[in-house]
Every structure is written in structure tokens, then in C-alpha cells.
Write a protein that binds this ligand. Structure first.
Ligand SMILES: Cc1cc2nc3c(=O)[nH]c(=O)nc-3n(C[C@H](O)[C@H](O)[C@H](O)COP(=O)(O)O)c2cc1C
Length: 239
């Protein structure tokens, strides 16, 4: 981000916060935004490029993710390209979601770091499946990753803790969710069996390609489902 765009962002955030403060002091807003105004909010994505099977950089999802992730890290205004929504659901079957940071990925999965005693930690203990969602608005792109979740070993967690900058280590120790026990923090890895790449297009004719691992006895319809690499298949989904 250039110095001038950083200054611009800071100014806009200040303006929004100042407006909220004035409103709070003078009794707050009297009415919520009207339903029809909310319903009318929509953006027609004018993505200059299409996205179909011929645009895939690989026939498996990890390299494809790598290509989109690199673009997101370089794109103007994306902000935190590694911020993702993590959705989990415990044994009560009530889904919850929150933002966490992607801390690494390779061709086995996607890792994040958290407190094992947090709500998400408890839910993953009860039900080790999760969905990760990236939305890179300036690129009109979304990536959805679904799969089984594994706890990383204590050694791997320890190694990661010590690799973090000193202020983050202190933050990890004192943070509310840590319950003040640093050893409760550790890594989880999502091992995907479905990864969907979504590219927004105009008139809501969005491009979607989903990679998935087929069932053991599944008979593939070759008109709809293409064989990819490393046991993956991929399909175009309707917009
Ligand atoms: C941009 C951003 C990044 C975050 N990164 C993390 C993270 O990497 N790990 C984490 O445990 N919480 C992170 N959080 C906080 C979580 O969103 C959440 O509030 C916290 O983990 C407690 O979630 P839970 O009670 O559902 O378990 C982040 C929040 C934001 C807004």
C-alpha cells in the first residue's frame, strides 16, 4: 500500500469513527437503514477476465490457491490477504464463524493458529470438520475450502510459537482467549476434500470451479466432471 493510500484509509476510518461518536453522544441514530435501501445494495462486478477450466494454473486446488493467494497479496487494497473466515460446528449443530489468519499452506492443507480452549477449539474437538473462506473483494474473488481438521503436534505448535515476533508471543500469553496458558495455543490444519474458486462477473453470471475428492465407488460423468491431478476432480458450478 502506498503512503498516500494508507493516509487515505486512515482518514476514512477516522471519519467513520468520528461520525459514530457524534451519533452516540447525541442519542444515536433514530432509525435503521430502510429495508429497500439495504436490498438495493448490489455491485455488478466488471471483472476484465473470465475464469474457466482453461484459466486453471493446475488441475489440483493447492497450486491454484497459491496462484490466487499470491495475486491477492499483491493486489491494491486487499488489506490482509491471509484473513479468512473459519466456520465450525460442535455437537450442538449450531454453526459459528470468525476471522482467523492463514499461517501456512502446502499440498497437504491449510494451517491456522489459535487457542485449543477457545469456542472454535472446543467445537473442533467435538466435530473435526471446518470451512475456510477467503474473500478478496478488490479482485472479486472468493475461495471456499472444506475438510477435515487435525491438531498439529505439540512440537510443531511450540516451534511456531517461538518463531513469532516477541510482541505476538506476549499477546498470545495474555489474550483473553488464551486463558493465560500459552501451551493451550497451537495449530490446526484443514485437510481439504472440496475447494471452490469463485470469480465474480457482471450480471451475476459468476464463474465457479470446484475441486473435490470423488467417492470411492463414484462413476464420473465425463461431460460434467473432469479428472484432475493427484486424485482430484473438478467441475464448473452454475453461477
Ligand atoms: C483480522 C483478524 C484476525 C484474527 N486472527 C486470529 C487468529 O489467527 N487466531 C485466532 O485464534 N483468532 C484470531 N482472531 C480473533 C477471532 O476472530 C475470534 O474473535 C477469536 O479467535 C475467538 O473465537 P471463538 O470464540 O469463536 O473461538 C482474528 C480476528 C480478526 C478480526
Amino acid at each position: 500500500m502506498s503512503a498516500s493510500s494508507f493516509r487515505f484509509c486512515r482518514t476514512s476510518i477516522k471519519t467513520v469513527l468520528r461520525t459514530a461518536e457524534i451519533s452516540r453522544r447525541f442519542g444515536g441514530f433514530t432509525a435503521m437503514l430502510r429495508k429497500q435501501d439495504v436490498a438495493a445494495m448490489r455491485m455488478d462486478y466488471k471483472t476484465p477476465i473470465g475464469f474457466d477450466e482453461t484459466d486453471l494454473v493446475a488441475k489440483e486446488p493447492f497450486q491454484q490457491f497459491d496462484a490466487w493467494f499470491r495475486e491477492a497479496t499483491k493486489a491494491y487494497n486487499v488489506g490482509e490477504a491471509n484473513a479468512m473466515v473459519l466456520s465450525t460446528c460442535g455437537r450442538d449443530c449450531r454453526p459459528t464463524a470468525r476471522v482467523v489468519l492463514l499461517k501456512g499452506y502446502d499440498n497437504t492443507g491449510f494451517t491456522f493458529f489459535t487457542n485449543y480452549n477457545s469456542r472454535k477449539g472446543e467445537q473442533l474437538n467435538e466435530n473435526p470438520y471446518a470451512c475456510l473462506l477467503f474473500y478478496w473483494h478488490p479482485l472479486h474473488r472468493q475461495v471456499k475450502i472444506e475438510g477435515r481438521v487435525e491438531k498439529m503436534s505439540d512440537e510443531q505448535s511450540e516451534e511456531y510459537f517461538h518463531s513469532r515476533p516477541r510482541p505476538s508471543q506476549l499477546g498470545a500469553i495474555v489474550s483473553h482467549q488464551s486463558s493465560v496458558i500459552a501451551s493451550r495455543k497451537g495449530w490446526f490444519k484443514v485437510i481439504p476434500d472440496k475447494v471452490e474458486f469463485w470469480q465474480g462477473q457482471s450480471s451475476r453470471l459468476h464463474d465457479r470451479i470446484m475441486f473435490r475428492k470423488p467417492g470411492p465407488d463414484e462413476v464420473l460423468d465425463e461431460n460434467l466432471t473432469k479428472k484432475g491431478a493427484d486424485g482430484w476432480v473438478y467441475e464448473r458450478l452454475s453461477p
